[in-house]
Design a protein around this ligand. Structure first.
Ligand code: SAH
Length: 397
């Protein structure tokens, strides 16, 4: 069924592939002319034609595809996928065995040996995310392999590539039993309502699990909490359960309000005792400053890029400014949870943004907690850029 092509890698990058670098990039290939059919198996060779690695063509914003093996003889078939899935499941044994956490990542793309593909677990259901047309050509094999390796109640999928209307979406259901939504999953004992059948987002970002738990266990008790870019209010729920005096959640999306009410409700928290605002965060900062409001704990978790009616925000350009606005409404000795999922800069640079904000304001701070991706979001050591999450708990002095 599948096509096989050969692509030459330039001298500069050949060594990296020989050592396990997983992403096939435009810069590394001598010519991408052979790369025409999404899903084609690609043999990477050096300029003299010596085999380096084998992968597939699947265009994403990150690159042209992913390396799957450095063994020229290894077939990319269902049994290959079963082997890497089984290994991934084995690595998550402690998650599967923990009754207090029933939502986590089972398979994390190149970190588990197959870039462009992730699989999340939600209380017996599995959700596959496909990041390119190329990986989607492996659908039958991946689904069959997954059914062999795990005992799934049902399987759902998210197509995270431009489908150009090619695929008809019937509520993202793939096979097995249909779920009843919201599905209530647990994370360190906290409930979250999750939808696998309702567009791109499920209601919870699993990569923030450790951050939520840290807020709940160490930073919320007796505190006033402002959660900006709050989405379904997951950080607010964690803070409220951790004993916060009150939480204020701010998000621009109209849906965020009913979604946040739902997350509070499935945890038995009276949402009316919390503030839930549908509002532009940048307007809220102005409002809070005018009213001289100040919070003990401020959570900043903006999208990498956002455009609202009045403001355009890009993490890599505007984080320092965002941080300054947050500092202005944080109590003395308060803590700001500064988070970003932008893969376009590393932790060092992120710390630079924070540092500049304090320097500009002539204020002092210390970093009291630091997070990257949790262990279920496995990262390959040859591809550190896969660890996109950066979270710092910054204490004002
Ligand atoms: N912190 C959340 C995830 C945030 S997702 C969590 O942990 O669950 C980003 C959110 O930012 C989206 O819900 C989006 O609606 C919101 N958003 C984007 N621009 C905004 C703005 N200018 N003001 C308020 N919310 C904004």
């Amino acid at each position: 069924m599948e096509q096989e092509v050969t692509v030459k890698i330039n001298d500069k990058m050949a060594g990296a592939y020989a050592k396990g670098y997983p992403l096939i990039t435009k810069e590394a290939v001598e010519s991408s002319e052979a790369l025409k059919t999404e899903g084609a198996i690609v043999h990477l060779t050096d300029k003299r034609g010596r085999f380096l690695a084998k992968g597939y063509y699947g265009k994403q914003n990150k690159g042209l595809g992913w390396v799957l093996t450095r063994d020229a003889e290894e077939a990319i078939d269902q049994s290959f996928i079963e082997r890497i899935l089984a290994a991934a499941v084995q690595r998550r044994k402690t998650y599967f065995d923990d009754p207090e956490t029933t939502a986590f990542r089972v398979f994390n793309g190149e970190g588990d040996g197959f870039g462009g593909l992730t699989i999340d677990y939600f209380d017996g259901f599995y959700m596959i995310s496909w990041y390119s047309e190329g990986i989607y050509t492996f659908k039958e094999l991946v689904v069959a392999a997954l059914e062999q390796v795990v005992n799934a109640k049902g399987i759902y999928e998210k197509k995270r590539f431009d489908t150009k209307g090619q695929y008809i979406d019937d509520d993202d259901f793939v096979t097995g039993q249909r779920g009843e939504f919201p599905l209530i999953v647990k994370e360190n004992g906290v409930n979250f309502a999750v939808y696998l059948n309702d567009g791109a987002m499920t209601g919870i970002f699993l990569d923030q699990r450790d951050v939520r738990n840290t807020i709940k266990e160490k930073y919320a008790k007796g505190k006033t909490v402002l959660n900006t870019f709050s989405y379904t209010g997951a950080f607010s729920v964690a803070a409220a359960l951790g004993g916060a005096v009150k939480t204020t959640s701010v998000d621009l999306a109209k849906r965020s309000s009913s979604k946040t009410i739902e997350q509070f409700s499935v945890n038995g928290i009276d949402y009316e005792s919390q503030d839930i605002l549908v509002m532009d965060v940048f307007n809220y900062f102005k409002y809070a400053k005018r009213k001289e409001l100040a919070f003990d704990l401020v959570i900043l978790d903006p999208p990498s890029f956002a455009r609202s009616k009045k403001y355009t925000f890009s993490t890599s350009k505007d984080y320092t400014d965002l941080m300054k606005q947050a500092i202005a409404i944080t109590e003395k000795n308060g803590v700001i949870v500064a988070s970003t999922n932008s893969a376009s800069f590393d932790m060092k640079k992120f710390k630079g943004f924070i540092d500049k904000a304090f320097k500009d304001l002539g204020k002092k701070y210390s970093i009291v907690e630091e997070f990257t991706l949790p262990s279920d979001f496995r990262v390959q050591k040859e591809f550190k850029a896969g660890d996109y999450l950066k979270v710092l708990f910054v204490k004002l002095k």
